[in-house]
Ligand binder design. Sequence first.
Ligand SMILES: Cc1cc2nc3c(=O)[nH]c(=O)nc-3n(C[C@H](O)[C@H](O)[C@H](O)COP(=O)(O)O)c2cc1C
Length: 185
Amino acid sequence: MKNIIIISSSIRTGRNSNRVALFIKNFIDENKLAAVEIADLNEYKFPLFNERLKFQKEPEKQVLLFAEKIKTADAVIIVTPEYNGGYPASLKNVIDLLNDEWKKKPIGISTVSSGAFGGAQVITSLQFTFWKLGAWVIPVTFPVPNVDKAFDQNGNATDNEAAKKRATVFLNELIWYSEAKSRMI
Ligand SMILES: Cc1cc2nc3c(=O)[nH]c(=O)nc-3n(C[C@H](O)[C@H](O)[C@H](O)COP(=O)(O)O)c2cc1C
């Protein structure tokens, strides 16, 4: 069974995109698609980036734990809100912190917004950054418009059938990439 880490990026007070992270986690668990864990950046509360982990002399334990999770994951899902057309500082903070851990890592992206466009403008900057790092961003995405209406606080979807259908396509693709990778090494 593959091991998937979901990064819940928003650390905003009253955040809503974490609902999507919960939905995806529950969907993976219920369908036994993989072992899955949420890496919640709001719980880690990492300090602002000041150097890459590999150059830090005395890295914090929680940073090492996070890095190990990413390194050993077969795939990573990023759940990110769109803030002014970009992704949040909290996410950039951990992307830049790591380096080798991202290389050849299958990554699925879920963009989230409270508006009608599902964070469509955040996707290209995030894809580009992960391409620079040598990660394998899958082409299927999981955009979520109107997040506060689409999911409740526990990650239950308002239109569960539609959400399940889209999640299946997204996760099948991500797991395909992680299986393809394991055949190469
Ligand atoms: C600083 C800020 C900037 C935002 N910019 C955008 C934006 O560019 N496009 C958009 O669709 N929604 C934007 N929104 C609305 C967010 O999509 C909405 O707040 C969403 O719930 C964000 O995820 P979060 O609740 O997990 O923080 C913005 C929200 C904030 C707080």
